[in-house]
Design a protein around this ligand. Sequence first.
Ligand code: PSU
Ligand code: MN
Length: 305
Amino acid sequence: MKPQNYREYLEYSPEVKTALDRGGAVVALETTIISHGFNYPENLECARECERIIRAEGAAPATIGIVNGKIKIGLGGGEIEHFAKNPDIPKCSRRDAAVIIARGLNGATTVAATMLFAEMAGIRFFATGGIGGVHRGARESFDISADLEELARTNVAVVCAGAKSILDIPLTLEYLETVGVAVLGYGTDVFPAFYLRDSGCKTDYRVDTPFEAAKLFATKEALGLKGGMLIVNPIPPGDELDADFINEKINAALAKAKELGIRGKAATPFLLAELHKSTGGKSVAANKALVFNNARVAARIAQAT
Ligand code: PSU
Ligand code: MN
């Protein structure tokens, strides 16, 4: 391979550039959640509120996406609005990155691609809602999110609310164990299931402060261990959904996806959209609450470094 000159593809916002230059705290945010995770205008409100929370904590938000083939490390307000209004912006995971950049297109980055670009930019912490994982029925479909391999290879700590039970959570945890990713419960001993505080699965380790989380990640780096870390932060108690209610909706969404033959990169956005419709907005409210909570915790961990 030729020497890497990825820097020529990166464009920093002034805010993020300043923060990185002075060694300040920066938190990455993804754009798939904006273009494909929520509808307009909730997606825009959510993206702006995440940035506001991160700034209020004293860190710089870096919303990452590809605009006209440039990797933007910190999108401007107008650009975020463009991602919010355009669900046709392609979802960009690792495998899509070079194609989208070479063609000068726009790309809404998934957890995997956002981690990849955050690492290139020197950003160590990233807040999102939920990660992709091993899908239910993966034995037949082979559907395992590229997010998991990215966690195995890229040095970014991801703060999320666990994973939705559209995924097979026990198998997702097995996969993470195999590829060497530590899962830290933030103030919890159990792995959260996005809308629910408890998936019924244990986390490997528990941390109770931003300092502990930052120290564990810094130690991984000091040891030269390649790969990320998953910090799971449960949805606030008051925002949790009822387990029977949401599980029924998830099963219905999965059945519909199967019936319609929805596969590949369309699967996750389809399931999210189905839930948003079938729960009458309850999943959207819960989703926002947990993302904000993750933005806050990620900013605190980034500052504790
Ligand atoms: N899970 C959610 N909300 C999301 C996603 C996952 O609860 O918005 C998005 C993230 O961008 C994640 C991607 O990286 O979906 C995973 O897609 P796939 O399963 O196709 O890898
Ligand atoms: Mn998939």
